[in-house]
Design a protein around this ligand. Structure first.
Ligand SMILES: Cc1cc2nc3c(=O)[nH]c(=O)nc-3n(C[C@H](O)[C@H](O)[C@H](O)COP(=O)(O)O)c2cc1C
Length: 322
């Protein structure tokens, strides 16, 4: 089984962390752990697997995030993911959306620690590391001991790491977007969990925006997971290998070197009839904060989303930021 580290992870994000985004982010570091968007176990078992699970070898290490709560179906899906070559199976126990709640999975699973443990047990049958991504609790639950007991049950079930989005999920009255901002962050609970379970790998998630703050969390826990910031501002990853993995040797990437490294990939995708728009939406943040960022973004959004969008579109956009 390939060795990889969970010291710095990029979060699973629906409509964001697809294979094109992962290929692009991989250019910043060979060490970061990438995740797929959540894919439901039912979709994998009954749906178009290549479309849902296909990925490029360059993306490794990459974990697949599953949604579901039926242990047998999760097992079947995990076996299929193992055949596709994923490095880890992650179970979503943190998504509060109505759609997910009506399927009885995501964050509402936190109310049923025994079922989650059964799911973990089933997933382990696929012979891959199994992790879960969960919250500090649901609704207004304020008792650390409830959170601790949930974690303890999953550790007992053999989970390989706990990834904690350090805020509660409020199952009523908030949209998924509000649920990522309004419930207060409780980093202290995650630190305390690590102290209570020093042998268990604990990854912290939620509101981390810089490599320096990631490093500060790493004094307390084993890993960090970042979602929105590296998606919107990928160049924040420029020094991830130096700062997080203490690697000094290779030259740090520049925006232009990253762009030039992604071109051959985009070209190969265009040759397979994948529209440019599917890829550029992940790279438009590359120049964020730079003097000509707006022109570059505007040009790409306007021309890259047309059916005629091609490599020339990218070369012309590049001229705007040179
Ligand atoms: C657009 C979007 C889609 C998301 N989709 C998922 C998902 O599929 N699975 C999941 O566990 N979390 C999902 N999340 C939550 C993130 O993984 C992460 O927990 C959250 O954004 C907090 O981290 P951050 O503050 O670094 O962004 C999503 C977040 C966003 C913004």
């Amino acid at each position: 089984m390939p060795e990889f580290s969970r010291r710095f992870c990029i979060a699973p994000m629906l409509d964001c962390s697809d294979r094109h985004n992962r290929f692009f982010l991989r250019l910043f570091s060979p060490h970061i752990l990438l995740y797929t968007e959540m894919v439901t176990a039912a979709a994998i078992v009954f749906g178009d697997r290549d479309r849902l699970l296909g990925f490029n070898a360059e993306e490794h290490p990459v974990g697949v995030q599953l949604g579901g709560s039926n242990p047998e179906q999760l097992y079947q899906a995990a076996k299929i993911c193992a055949d596709y070559g994923y490095d880890e199976i992650n179970l979503n126990c943190g998504c509060p959306s109505d759609r997910v709640q009506s399927g009885s999975f995501g964050a509402c699973l936190m109310a049923d620690p025994v079922l989650v443990a059964e799911c973990i047990d089933a997933l382990r049958g696929a012979q891959l590391p199994v992790t879960i991504k969960h919250r500090t609790g649901i609704d207004k639950q304020k008792d650390y001991e409830v959170f601790r007991a949930f974690a303890a049950r999953q550790i007992e079930a053999g989970v390989d790491a706990l990834i904690v989005h350090a805020r509660n999920a409020w199952l009523q009255g908030l949209s998924p977007k509000q649920n990522r901002d309004i419930p207060p962050l409780k980093y202290d609970w995650v630190y305390r969990l690590k102290q209570d379970f020093p042998q268990t790998e604990i990854i912290i998630n939620g509101g981390i925006k810089t490599l320096d703050s990631a490093l500060a969390h790493l004094q307390q826990v084993d890993g960090v997971m970042l979602g929105r910031e590296p998606y919107q501002n990928p160049f924040m990853l420029q020094k991830v290998d130096q700062v997080i993995f203490d690697e000094q040797v290779k030259p740090t990437p520049t925006r232009l070197s990253i762009l030039h490294s992604v071109y051959p990939y985009i070209e190969s995708q265009l040759q397979q009839d994948i529209p440019l728009s599917r890829m550029i939406r992940h790279i438009v943040g590359l120049y964020r904060g730079e003097p000509h960022a707006k022109q570059w973004r505007r040009y790409l959004c306007e021309h890259g989303n047309k059916k005629t969008g091609d490599m020339e579109t990218l070369y012309r956009a590049e001229k705007l930021v040179e």
